[in-house]
Design a protein around this ligand. Sequence first.
Ligand SMILES: [Zn+2]
Length: 77
Amino acid sequence: MLKEPVSLSMLMDALSYRMPMRVTAVRYFCRMKYPSAFPVCPRCKTSMEREYQAYCDRCGQALEWKGFQKAVVIMCL
Ligand SMILES: [Zn+2]
């Protein structure tokens, strides 16, 4: 039973988190003590600590890692 009316856009938004989005960018941090690259969440754009995780730990977006080897590297300034 639905407690509250849900708009279609809210429903679509909730469903879209479960649809895996491709990770297409990697952010390279060169100013760290040990420079390293982190994958970027396609939804919330935060860098993630680990590669090949099923979901973004920030926004919960399901992630797709197919083609990750071709991801664009965002170099630090
Ligand atoms: Zn995210």
